[in-house]
Design a protein. Sequence first.
Lengths: 204, 285
Amino acid sequence: MNNDPVIYIVDDDADARESSCALVTEMALRVESFASAEQFLAAYRGYRPACLLTDHRMLGMTGVELLEKLRRSDISLSVIVMTAYPETELTVRAIKSGAVTLIEKPFTNAALWKAIHDALSEDRTQFASESQIRRIRERLQSLTAAETEVLNLIVKGETNKAIAFQLEISIRTVESRRSSIFEKMGVSSVAELVQLVMTAAKLR
Amino acid sequence: MERSSGAEWNGRGLFDQNGQLLGYQGVGRDITSLRAAEEKLREKEMQLAHLSRVAALGEMVAGISHEINQPLAAIANFSSAMNLLLDRETLDADAIEKMNLWASRISTQTDRINKIIQRLRRFGRPGSVRESFQICDAIREALFVTETRTRFAVDHIFVQVPETLPAVFADRIQIEQVLVNLIRNSCDAMEGMPGGTRRLDIDVTVSEDFVSIQVRDSGSGISADFASHIFDPFVTSRKEGLGIGLAISRSIVEAHGGEIKAITDQQCGLFQFTLPTSELSQDEQ
C-alpha cells in the first residue's frame, strides 16, 4: 500500500464530491476528500505520489487560489481543476499556475481517467526530478567553503592555472580540491559537473 | 361613436341670467390616439420590466450553470461508477447495495435540477398578475434567485420581519424583481470591501395601511447629489450597469400605489419602498 498514489478530492458540494469519490474509488485508486481548500491545506502532509482534484468555485478559497497557494509554498503537487462554468480567464490563470488540466463538470469517466493518469505521471516526473535536485543540493552542501570557491570557477570554465592565480593558491592545491569535488559530487568530468550544477539551479 | 373605443364626452346645460334653460351643449373628443399612446406606454413598461428580468437572468447565467452542472456532475459520476461496477465479472451483495444507493442519489439530483428550472421559469415569465401574498415569501425567493451572487459578495444577511404581518396585494414576480434589483445594487455597492464586513439587512415594518421594506448594505452610502436622479433610467455608477434596475423598480412600486426612495447621508446604502396591504388595495378595487 505504501507507494500507492492518492487522489485528493476537494469540493464544497457534498453530492458532487461524494460522487467523484465513488467514481475514483471504482477506478481502484485511493481517495481522500475534503469539503474546502482550507481543510485540505490543514490536512496535507506532503504525501507523494498524489494528485489533487479540486472544484474551482467554492466557498472560501477557490480551486485556483488553492493551486496558487500550493505553488507559493513550493509544493509541486499535480492539480486538476474542475469547473462547472468554464471561463477563459479562469483557464488561463489555472494553466499559468501550472494546473495539469481543467475539466468541465459534468465530465465523462474517460476524461477523468485521462486527467488523473496525466496528473499522476506528471507528479511522478516532477517528484523524481525534485528528489534528484535535493540529492545534488545535499552533495553541494557537503563541499567545504574552499572547494565551493574552486567549483564556481571550474563551472565558469577556468583552467587550473587561472584558478590558482585567481585564488592565490598553488596548482597542486587546486588539483587536490578538484579531485575532492569530483569525488563528493560523484562525477568524472567537468561536463557532468556543470550539468549537475545547472540542474540544481533549475528550481527557484 | 362608442364611448369605449376612444371618445370622451362632456355635456352641460346652458342657462340665461334668470336661470332659464337655453339648451344643451355637448362636446365630443376623439381620444383614440391618446388611449393608444397610454396603452403603448403600459406595454413599454411591461417590456422594460421583462427586459430587466432578462438582463438579471443574463447575469445569473454563470451562477446557474454552476448550480445545474453540480448535480449533473454528480449524476454523471454515479452512473460512470455504476458502469465500472457492472463491468465486473460478478456482482456481490456489497456492489448491489452500492448501486442501489447511487441510483437513489441520482434521482435526488434530478429533483435538485428540476427545482432550479421551475424557479427560473417562474422568474422569466412576462406579464402582470396581482395576488395576495406574504412579503417574506417574496424576500425568500429574491434571496434564492440572487444566492449565487450574494454567496461571494455578502458575508452576513439578516432578514427581520414582524411576527404578524398583513399580506400585500401585488404582482409577486414584479415585487421580487424590485427586491432582486435592490439586493444586486447592494452587492455592487459593497464590491471591493474587505471580506467579513459586508452585511445586507432586509427589514420589514408595518405602518397603518402600508408594508415598508428596507434594504440596507454596509457600503459607503448614497450622496444626496446622486440620490436625486438615482431612479432615472440609464443612470448608473457601474461601468457595466444598464441603469434600468432602479428605474424599473420605481415604475413597479409606483404602479402598485407605493413609494420608493433612496435614503441619503447614512453610513450605509439604504433603500426603502412601501406597498399597500391587501385589505386596502382590495377595498379600492
